[in-house]
Design a protein around this ligand. Structure first.
Ligand SMILES: [Zn+2]
Length: 236
């Protein structure tokens, strides 16, 4: 990762992320409201918002009439300039939205393209995945190697926990240890620690094989991505 200190990461005129208006109907009392949703959260300028994104409160809307709380999840760019990390939350039809997003690059200013070259650019599907990416980079890890480590740890978990129907697997650091939180369909939660040295071993094994695609594109780095990498290796 290149040092980004000398590069202006503030989007130019064309990339001003304008707030969008959205209508919402309260699920409890039916009250209709119009919300102003911000398209970008810049945690370098507003560090207090990082915690709100992590705990999900950033996305909670409270009905002014009845006090009902609702999650409002919409396309949002999470921008951490200090970490050169840009994560786009694209909750609906993520793959299509991702190709659309990448095809818009031609409209980016030179400054934005320069910034993008030194940034880690990711796309995620959900608030949980967004929080996960933030935690991975807070821990000083690379999400590509975390996804590959996950594949190994998760396969081991399934062997030891036969019949468990898993709905989500997320990286989590607990008591200074890297591991996974595994959520089962029945609402159970498991925490599985990464075996000692696994992550470093994965880095060694895959460093050369993990190709970086076009420098300025957003990428979806998830379980599907790691399965493709592992399948390519088995073919070779
Ligand atoms: Zn209400």
């Amino acid at each position: 990762m290149t040092d980004n200190k000398n590069i202006n990461l503030i989007p130019g005129e064309n990339e001003q992320y304008k707030p969008v208006k959205a209508d919402i109907t309260c699920a409890k009392c039916g009250k209709k409201s119009t919300l102003t949703l911000r398209a970008c959260v810049n945690v370098s300028l507003h560090p207090e918002e990082k915690q709100q994104v992590l705990d999900g409160s950033f996305f909670v809307y409270t009905c002014p009439d009845c006090g009902e709380k609702m999650n409002v999840v919409y396309p949002l760019l999470y921008d951490d300039m200090a970490k050169a990390l840009m994560i786009y939350l694209l909750p609906d039809q993520t793959e299509e939205a991702l190709s659309k997003l990448n095809s818009q690059q031609k409209t980016w200013s030179e400054d934005m393209l320069k910034a993008a070259k030194v940034c880690t650019m990711r796309v995620v599907r959900s608030i949980n995945e967004l929080a996960e990416k933030i935690k991975i980079y807070d821990a000083g890890l690379d999400d590509r190697f975390v996804e590959l480590s996950k594949a190994f740890v998760f396969a081991q978990f399934l062997k030891q926990t036969p019949g468990c129907q898993v709905v989500q697997v997320l990286y989590e650091r607990q008591e200074e240890k890297d591991g996974l939180v595994i959520f089962s369909k029945e609402g159970k939660q498991y925490w599985v620690e990464f075996p000692e040295g696994l992550y470093d071993e994965v880095v060694r094994m895959f460093e050369d094989k993990v190709k970086k695609s076009a420098d300025t594109e957003y990428e979806l780095i998830d379980a599907g991505w790691s399965m493709k990498i592992l399948a390519d290796i088995n073919k070779a």
